[in-house]
Design a protein around this ligand. Structure first.
Ligand SMILES: [Mg+2]
Length: 226
């Protein structure tokens, strides 16, 4: 079973990474109480948090060297950016990753290499990602809760619908769909740089307890997901 990952994985924000629409349900200014992880409050005390599995997925992708992108068509791009800037990702013991600090929380926005946040068809967002990264669409996997955004598949992006938001199961299904769509890329994936990154991740991570490296990419989760 291959562990080849796409070179770029993009995520919608609203109802894909968190359970609200930032342009409808959130009133700026936003704030965070101290270093509280995964929680930001708006003007009226409404909270914004990532879905449970999102932090570990972002940590995993970053450790594997995958380019992480946000592709959102929200009408409130500034609020969305501010939420990403304020949200801290909890760093659980047992999720130790190569070349990442072993303590403290990291700002969510630091996990995102590319931010495409503006109200247009997501075709535009992916054309920008292609232009900025130089990567072919075949190396892109996109998670989104809205069926209408499947139109990016016409470019060659693999689209994974996540009607209940991102979770580990949907994430793995997305990876499988991408691999099935690109047997050619998967077959030669280990001749490229990714193998080196994965090897480093294996050597650099300190596995704890009885967790298994289910994904074969050297990253071990303390998997409390159902
Ligand atoms: Mg959405």
């Amino acid at each position: 079973m291959t562990s080849r990952l796409p070179k770029l994985i993009a995520f919608d924000l609203d109802y894909t990474l968190w359970d609200l629409w930032v342009d409808t349900h959130v009133t700026p200014p936003l704030r965070r109480e101290g270093d509280t992880p995964n929680k930001v409050l708006d003007k009226y005390g409404e909270s914004i948090s990532f879905y449970r599995d999102v932090p570990q997925i972002l940590y995993r992708l970053r450790a594997a060297g995958v380019i992480i992108a946000a592709a959102s068509r929200t009408a409130a791009p500034k609020v969305a950016r501010q939420a990403l800037d304020l949200l801290l990702l909890p760093h659980k013991p047992g999720e130790r990753h190569h070349n990442l600090p072993q303590t403290g929380h990291l700002k969510a926005i630091e996990f995102f290499d590319q931010l495409e946040i503006y109200p247009m068809s997501k075709i535009a967002h992916f054309k920008e990602l292609h232009k900025k990264t130089g990567l072919p669409y075949s190396e892109m996997l996109f998670f989104d809760d809205e069926h209408r955004n499947r139109e990016v598949a016409t470019l060659g992006v693999t689209f994974k619908l996540v009607p209940d938001g991102l979770n580990l199961r949907a994430f793995e299904e997305g990876l499988t769909e991408w691999r099935n769509a690109h047997p050619d890329l998967v077959a030669d994936g280990h001749e490229q740089g990714q193998q080196d990154e994965e090897s480093e991740a294996v050597n650099g991570s300190e596995h704890v307890g009885d967790d298994e490296d289910e994904h074969g990419d050297g990253i071990v989760f303390t998997n409390d997901a159902s």
